[in-house]
Design a protein around this ligand. Structure first.
Ligand SMILES: NC(=O)c1ccc[n+]([C@@H]2O[C@H](COP(=O)([O-])OP(=O)(O)OC[C@H]3O[C@@H](n4cnc5c(N)ncnc54)[C@H](O)[C@@H]3O)[C@@H](O)[C@H]2O)c1
Length: 431
């Protein structure tokens, strides 16, 4: 399979590492994106976002001619579609397939008998069958004998993408068994994980339900935060003790759920069966309520110091939706920032991983009445914030990720001790 010609449509967080990994294994890869800035950066041998190991792979692949980029597809053996699938602006937030369908349309003139079309974009169940198949069939191809169509969802973890692309198990959902076999053979070029073939609609639902499971689990942890707050119980202790049960694994609570998967994919399932998908919608609502909970608690913490949120300077630490990444898509931090601003607070934002917010931390912490940690970046862990405590007007740190350790001279509040902060303790911390 060396020298397989691969055309990757959509070169973002998924498409670009995929293109780089196949090029690294000897394929001739054309990376296609409608964004010229991305195309230019790839052709310069650069990655346009931070992901460990990615820059090196791209630099090498471009240098040896295995990877090039363009704004238009060219004939290839395999076409991989990795374009965005947001939700629509409708009441059910259903899956917006417009980019996928445009990407398929763009490869149709390049398709030749024997080619494979593989969709990695996450899609609502039945999308391949109901929307993609008709488009390819209308162009005159018999799927399963002329061209081979499969949905192969991606499940990599940002910060560990290169390793997981190679080592994760893969689900290959073929429109026909022959389509699945063709796609499976292609992934074996790079994959060391187990490969499971199935129907396209089963693969679509399996991918979505993986993220539903995680969203639900986090919603359970977040609901526990709210219940334990009311009952004055340390919910972080509860979770860690419950997780000592060999078959219990409650996820970490936080200020909400962001990113391109967990905050979106559950709607792809619920919008397909709105009358049946009760718990899925409830979990989404719970997680979407968390930025409001965090803002309300910050307001209460400030009130306990005799300060009004409408005048206080609030230092927001972390905007990315998860630790050690620069991705702010759907981040709950954005909602916290906007509701703090609506409350009239002077909001100073710092995120060392996001260029827009990579300002000097001193300027953010200076005279702040409260610092709210919203992302579990390494830069906030343990005693990393210690040098900045003395600059604050009130040394109060609200850690929604449970990553900050003890800080001398500061009161650190997290979801475990939220209910128990008394002004007296704060006064003591100041001394
Ligand atoms: N990011 C993740 O961690 C992750 C994990 C698993 C699955 N996914 C899924 O993978 C898919 C891609 O996600 P992503 O995070 O890489 O998105 P992204 O927004 O980072 O990248 C998508 C790229 O596609 C390009 N594009 C859009 N329409 C195009 C077209 N018609 N032709 C060529 N290029 C086009 C965009 O310019 C963009 O650069 C989505 O369906 C997502 O749900 C993402």
């Amino acid at each position: 399979m060396e020298n397989t010609r691969v055309c990757v449509i959509g070169c973002g967080y998924i498409g670009l590492p995929t293109a780089a990994v196949f090029a690294d294994k000897g394929c001739d890869v054309l990376a296609v994106d409608i964004n010229e800035r991305i195309v230019d950066s790839i052709n310069r041998g650069e990655a346009f976002f931070n992901e460990p190991g990615l820059s090196e792979l791209i630099e090498q692949a471009v240098k040896c001619g295995r990877l090039k980029a363009s704004t238009a597809p060219e004939p290839a053996d395999v076409f991989i579609i990795a374009v965005p699938t947001p939700f629509k602006d409708d009441a059910l937030k259903s899956c917006d397939l417009s980019s996928v369908l445009k990407a398929i349309e763009s490869v149709l003139p390049c398709l030749r008998p024997g080619n494979a079309v593989i969709i990695e974009s996450t899609m609502a169940p039945r999308s391949t069958e109901d929307y993609v198949v008709p488009l390819i069939a209308e162009a005159g191809f018999v799927i399963g004998s002329d061209v081979f169509l499969a949905h192969c969802p991606e499940r990599v973890l940002p910060t560990n993408i290169i390793s997981e692309l190679v080592n994760n198990d893969r689900i290959i959902g073929g429109y026909t068994p022959a389509c699945a076999d063709k796609a499976a053979a292609f992934y074996r070029i790079v994959s060391k994980g187990a490969i499971f073939t199935t129907e396209a609609k089963t693969a679509e639902m399996a991918k979505c339900i993986e993220n539903v499971f995680r969203d639900l689990n986090i919603a359970l942890a977040n609901e526990l935060v709210i219940i334990c707050d009311e009952l004055s119980i340390n919910c972080l202790d509860v979770i860690s003790l419950a997780n000592r049960h060999p078959r219990v694994n409650i996820h970490a609570p936080g200020p909400g759920v962001g990113g391109h998967c967990l905050a979106i994919d559950p709607y792809f399932v619920s919008s397909k069966a709105p009358d049946k998908a009760n718990i899925i919608r409830l979990a989404r609502a719970t997680n979407e309520s968390m930025p409001g909970f965090v803002t309300a608690k910050a307001k209460k913490l400030l009130l306990e110091q005799g300060l009004s949120i409408s005048h206080a300077k609030v230092a927001v630490l972390g905007v990315a939706y998860k630790g050690n990444v620069d991705d702010c898509r759907e981040s709950p931090a954005l909602d916290v920032i906007s509701s703090l601003q609506k409350s009239g607070s002077v909001v100073a934002v710092f995120d060392p991983r996001v260029s827009e917010y990579a300002v000097p931390l001193e300027s953010v912490m200076q005279d702040a009445c409260i610092a709210i940690v919203l992302t579990d970046h390494d830069e906030f862990k343990e005693d990393a914030l210690q040098p900045y405590v003395g600059m604050m007007q009130h040394p109060l740190v609200f850690d929604t990720r449970n990553v900050v350790g003890q800080l001398d001279g500061a009161q650190v509040v997290n979801f475990g001790n939220l209910f128990s902060v008394a002004p007296a303790e704060l006064e003591q911390a100041k001394r």
